[in-house]
Write a protein that binds this ligand. Sequence first.
Ligand SMILES: Cc1cc2nc3c(=O)[nH]c(=O)nc-3n(C[C@H](O)[C@H](O)[C@H](O)COP(=O)(O)OP(=O)(O)OC[C@H]3O[C@@H](n4cnc5c(N)ncnc54)[C@H](O)[C@@H]3O)c2cc1C
Length: 495
Amino acid sequence: MEIPRKIEKKLGKRLKGAEITEWKIVKESIDARDKKNIKWIYTIDFETEPKIQLSLPEGGEQPYRFPKSGDAVSKERPVICGFGPAGMFCALLLAEAGYCPLVLERGKKAEERAADVERFWQDGVLDPESNVQFGEGGAGTFSDGKLVTGIKDPRTRKVLHELVSAGAGADILYKHKPHIGTDVLRDVVQEIRKKIIRFGGEVLFSTKLSGIEAERGQLEAVTVLQNGTARRLKTKVLVLATGHSARDTMRMLYTRGLFMEQKPFSIGVRIEHPQRIIDLAQYGMPHEDAGLPPAEYKLSYRSRNGRGVYTFCMCPGGEVIAASSENGMTATNGMSYHARDGAYANSALLVDVRTEDFGGIDPLTGIEFQEKYERLAFENSTAVNRPPCVMWGEFCGSAVQRSIPEFASSAIEEAMPYLARKLKDFDMPQARIFAVESRSSSPVRILRDAMYESNIKGLYPAGEGAGYAGGIMSAAADGIRIAEILISKYKKIES
Ligand SMILES: Cc1cc2nc3c(=O)[nH]c(=O)nc-3n(C[C@H](O)[C@H](O)[C@H](O)COP(=O)(O)OP(=O)(O)OC[C@H]3O[C@@H](n4cnc5c(N)ncnc54)[C@H](O)[C@@H]3O)c2cc1C
């Protein structure tokens, strides 16, 4: 009841004695700039009895409006390749609008996938088709489930509402930095799959896109490997949402004539501190004592060699994980559970990679660049499921330093004291550093026109792997945008 009292205090006479009957939090954030006076900041929607006219901006959210169906006729269902955020939300929208999409996913259902990932983490047995990158929910399933995004796209509200109706907490609708956690996400993605199926869609797991057929520039069919057996599926529409780790698929598509270009990305390490150190730096005390969530940070620095050094995908109370998807290569990343109650905080510490660094002009040389450092990290590690790790105080000359490009390690070494001026003890010698953080985004982009179609008509590249998103929310919004284009172009298939 403290919030209605605060509204009354703030508005005073402007309330004209009306009673606050209902209220809801629209946004919640923390202002910790002044450590002696840390504030919660709220935006509140409220109703009064009787109704009063306040000269405040109109609030309230419009429900998502589906576009009008188009006139083009297609006899086959739209096919979506990849069941990460981009493919999943594209499929959900198409299913809700009555287009009965067929989803192909090379990995397994969330539960079976979780067992495969656990086997890799415990015993080092990697399944190249079912791992941290591949399977139901895509790369985001084993993540912190941060839902922050730099894009200002109203479709992200649709994404948040769908996540809530699939089981995520309603607080993601108003938190300034919403997050779900890997434990909750694993259930949420299964619920979304069930909804797609209820609306007439179909999801085929362990089914990998292995080829495409086009005639006179128009897509006519795809070939798939389903549990090892080859199948041909006729379709004139394929949404390609394969994520940034499907290197074999990108290579296959390039040989089939799909236009692609190089794309800059970033490479670096993962850094881990005790969460208490981050709390002290941000709140001046442990977060439990402050009554606040585990503290976060976001830091950046421009090095003398012109490279940007920045922290990315910070996981408070989280874990550093092995996130490889290919044998003989090691990649690292971070994830956390909904409670974020682990004793450590981790974050990627990245340096920008330019296309000139790739060492060639072929569109796929960025992939080769990533693979080179992932192979080095594999060779420099003590076990296939243990990314090379060292304390910051011993970084120089270490296996971790040898697993990243020289320009990246020198930029990080230069940046650390500066970053520690912004966040106390960031450069503590006991901070743990892991290599290699190489999959922050895609090093290649598939070209698409203003209507999101590639040079092969009927093939629509989507999401992070195609180079049009960075993170769960922007990938999901991109998938929705493509579904809207398909709906406004095609009629529903008559059953
Ligand atoms: C460990 C980790 C933590 C992360 N944490 C966050 C976070 O907290 N917040 C955030 O916003 N982002 C996070 N990310 C990034 C986020 O997961 C991605 O940005 C997002 O998942 C991209 O969505 P997508 O749909 O484009 O691709 P993906 O999620 O990569 O999905 C692509 C899917 O396509 C499938 N596929 C690939 N090739 C084929 C084929 N040939 N046939 C059939 N299926 C195929 C794959 O199996 C995969 O399931 C994290 C990533 C990782 C790995």
